[in-house]
Write a new protein. Sequence first.
Length: 107
Amino acid sequence: MSYNDIEGGIKEKLDKVTIYRTLKSFEEKGITHQILDTSNQVKYALCGDSCSDHEHHDAHLHFKCTSCEQTYCIEDSQIPQISLPKGFVQRHSSMLVEGICKTCNRA
């Protein structure tokens, strides 16, 4: 979900700072992770049970449907390990694949 999706789903009127702080807290506690896709919006997805406030295990594939614009976590497909040159330290990786989702592919 994007920030706009989340804000639109809240019945009470909250200021943007409160929502952003809450999302940041959820991320720090291992409840959600960010997805960057081609819409130029940060989207948020629920983490699996293996994430914690100490470590995220969200290095899985993300898929964006070019038909319905939905973005999906494909947790069964992990991002391959990348060998970096000496002196480089990986902190985070993400992978986005675009195409047609199974629902749109049936239409």
